[in-house]
Structure formats: C-alpha cells, structure tokens
Design a protein around this ligand. Structure first.
Ligand SMILES: Cc1cc2nc3c(=O)[nH]c(=O)nc-3n(C[C@H](O)[C@H](O)[C@H](O)COP(=O)(O)OP(=O)(O)OC[C@H]3O[C@@H](n4cnc5c(N)ncnc54)[C@H](O)[C@@H]3O)c2cc1C
Length: 363
C-alpha cells in the first residue's frame, strides 16, 4: 500500500499540467493506463493556439495561457512554445464574426489570393486572425512532466485505475495490475474516460461525451506550403494548415460520438476531408502520407470542468477540455491548482472566475 495526498488519474496534458502546479505542496502520483503519458488526445492534436476558438469563456483561459506558452519560465523549456502562422477564417458568403477582444481584420479577395494562391473563386471573404500559432505540444507536455518530477511528483505508467472507494476521508484506489494506493484527493484527468472513471469511483457522471476527430497529412503537388496560415472554414466543415514544404494537415472537422477508445480514422472521414479540400484550392493531392484520429471530450455546455465534486468530497474534476485542452493548459492548470490547494489564484488567472468552470453548474 502506497500513501499519497493526491492521485491524478491520467497523464495527458490535463494531469501533467495540474500535477506540476501542486507537487510542491502535496505528495502526488500520476497514474497513466498506457505505456507512456500522452498516448491519447494529447499526442494527437492539431497543435494550434487560436484565441477565437471555443467561445468567450474558453478564450479567457486561452488568452491567459499565451504569455506562458510564448515565453516559458526559466527552467521549463528554453525557447518559445509558439510559432506564429496566423489563421484565415474563410467563407463563401458573409464574414466570420470574431469576438472584439481578439485581434482580427477582414481580408479582400486579392489579398486572399496572395495568401492562398489557387483558392477557388467562390471563397470570397476571409477574416485574418494574425495571433494564431502552432504549439510545440511535445515540448509543453514533457516540460510539465519534467517539472512535476523535479518537484517530487511520481508517475506510474501501465497503471490503470480499476475502482476506488472513499471512506473515512480517504480514497482506497485499486489498479488493474498493481498495488493498492491511498490518497485524500483523487483527480479525474482521464480525458475521454472522465465519466466511466467517475462511476468506478462511485461518483455521479457529468455527461462528458467523447467525439472523434480525424486528421490527414496530405502530400500536395506544389511547394512553399510550410508556413501557410491555418485555413478554417467559417461554416465549420474543414481546416488545414501547412506542415512541410509540400504537405499539409487537414481535418474534415468531424465530431462523431463514440465510446472512449483508442480512436482510429475511418475511410469515409478521410475521403470527406479530401473532397472538401479539393473544393477550396486547385492544388493536386498526390497521396495521404498519414492519418490519425483522437477524441475531443465535451461537457453538456462545451466548457471544461475544474473543481471538487459536490456530492463526493475529495473527488476533483479536470475534464471536458474538448478541442482546446492544449492551448488553455497553462491557465487551466493554474486555476485548478488554486482550487485544489484552497489558495488564492496566481497572477496568470487572478481575474478569471473559477465558478465559470465549476462542476456545480452541471448538477
Ligand atoms: C484531432 C484533434 C485535434 C486537436 N487539436 C487541438 C488544438 O489544435 N489545440 C488544442 O488546444 N487542443 C486540441 N485538441 C484537444 C486536446 O488534444 C485535448 O483537449 C487534450 O489533449 C485533452 O487532454 P487530457 O489530458 O484531458 O486527455 P488525454 O491526453 O486523452 O489524457 C487522458 C489520459 O487518461 C488516461 N486514462 C484513462 N482512463 C484511465 C484509468 N482508468 N487509469 C489511468 N489512466 C487512465 C488515458 O490513457 C489518457 O492518456 C485536439 C484534439 C484532437 C483529438
């Protein structure tokens, strides 16, 4: 039997980032079911920071995370985790509406043709969001894991929680193959498994739903694509961005409901993605270089959930990060840590109301 203050279930970006903010105060263990942390959603993202994404309540966390990502503290990583590329929200009719707080401007057709040579004539309008950037997700995630360990945190991989019982103010946590653990706080940072994990702990689920999203890396018969902006359909049917000189990352913006699983792309979604792409530009598609899929998990109001469960004390939710879990991670972790530790929020999140993300709103 090993005793901890906090056991975090899940070693993706949510578990790793939160762990790194509490390990100096609480003896903390991260348990990760897979052989390595980041195997599921965290390792499969499209890796961009897009302030306008997810609505104003998500944008609070995204914007507050920017400075950390752009200029990480000494000892975390030694360079910016962002690489600016800009985003173009394109439309056939009308203009994309972006929140006033997000820097943006309209782009006329002649400029659009310069930014995306070969764009088909029916794509008449675009709104440029210049702040959009790629995130170095691997460096961010490994930076958090490293910091967590440096502060005394422990990580156990191939360690799947089977069930947990709360009695006398402490959790007894059973792993599928491994020792029994005890802790006073259990953190659910299990991504797509958020609700089943809660149920296995005797906690009522919140209605977190995993949705599959497909990504395709296409080889294109032209060069100069690496720094292409993120091209995002205002109507939400595709996005693509440059990857290498002659390849792009493309998504059909799918959102298929699924049980939590090791998600894989479906042929129909790949074909749909290519069909939509060919309706945007006249570039020759040479081949699919690779494809993958991952799960984006949403609560009923599509906002993340950070806070203690109302019914079961000692059960802490860090779930529902949808398609914004990477770009919002620094601020989300700071906010969640202040709630968990019962401390005043740090400067990154001083002006963000934690009640916005509380599980109380879903009960
Ligand atoms: C295709 C795609 C594109 C995306 N693009 C972006 C983007 O551009 N920008 C952005 O910010 N976000 C993006 N996202 C969203 C982002 O990837 C997620 O919000 C984020 O990775 C969620 O992190 P997590 O730690 O909650 O989940 P995960 O990374 O899935 O981690 C949860 C972990 O919990 C573990 N676990 C589950 N059950 C148990 C158990 N019983 N015991 C122990 N461990 C368990 C799992 O094995 C898993 O590793 C994208 C997601 C996808 C799929």
């Amino acid at each position: 039997m090993s005793d901890f203050d906090v056991v975090i279930i899940g070693g993706g970006i949510a578990g790793a980032s939160l762990g790194s903010q509490i390990a100096h105060r609480r003896r903390t263990l991260v348990i990760e079911a897979e052989k390595y942390c980041g195997y599921h959603s965290t390792g499969r993202s499209a890796a961009f920071w897009l302030e306008s994404y997810g609505g104003p309540t998500v944008a609070l966390l995204t914007a507050a995370s920017h400075d950390f990502l752009d200029n990480p503290p000494a000892g975390f990583v030694d360079r910016s985790l962002l690489h600016r590329r800009g985003a173009l929200h394109v439309s056939r009719e009308g203009w994309s509406e972006l929140p006033a707080a997000v820097e943006h401007r309209r782009v006329v057709r002649s400029e659009l043709e310069r930014l995306i040579p070969g764009i088909r004539p029916e794509w008449r309008n675009a709104v440029l969001e210049p702040g959009c950037a790629d995130i170095n997700v691997a460096a961010l995630h490994s930076g958090y894991l490293r910091l967590f360990r440096r502060l005394g945190g422990e990580i156990s991989t191939s360690a799947r929680m089977a069930s947990a019982r709360f009695a006398g103010g402490r959790w007894t946590v059973s792993l599928e193959n491994g020792p029994t653990l005890t802790a006073s706080v259990l953190v659910d940072a299990s991504g797509a498994w958020a609700d089943p994990v809660a149920e296995a702990c005797g906690v009522r689920p919140l209605g977190i739903e995993p949705k599959r999203r497909t990504m395709v890396q296409l080889r294109i018969g032209r060069s100069g694509l690496r720094d292409l902006p993120l091209v995002n359909d205002s109507a939400g049917t595709f996005y693509f961005k440059g990857e290498a000189d002659s390849s792009i990352w493309l998504s059909p913006h799918d959102e298929s409901s699924t049980d939590p699983c090791d998600a894989a792309p479906e042929e129909i979604d790949i074909a749909t993605a290519i069909d939509r792409f060919e309706g945007v530009v006249d570039w020759p598609v040479e081949r699919v270089e690779r494809s993958w899929a991952g799960l984006r998990s949403f609560g009923p109001d599509r906002l993340p959930v950070y806070g203690f469960d109302l019914d079961v004390p000692g059960f802490f939710w860090a779930v529902g990060q949808g398609g914004f879990g990477i770009q919002s991670a620094p601020a989300a972790a700071a906010l969640a840590a202040s709630i968990l530790l019962g401390e005043a929020p740090g400067p990154m999140v001083t002006y963000i109301d934690p009640a916005l993300y509380s599980p109380a709103r879903l009960r």
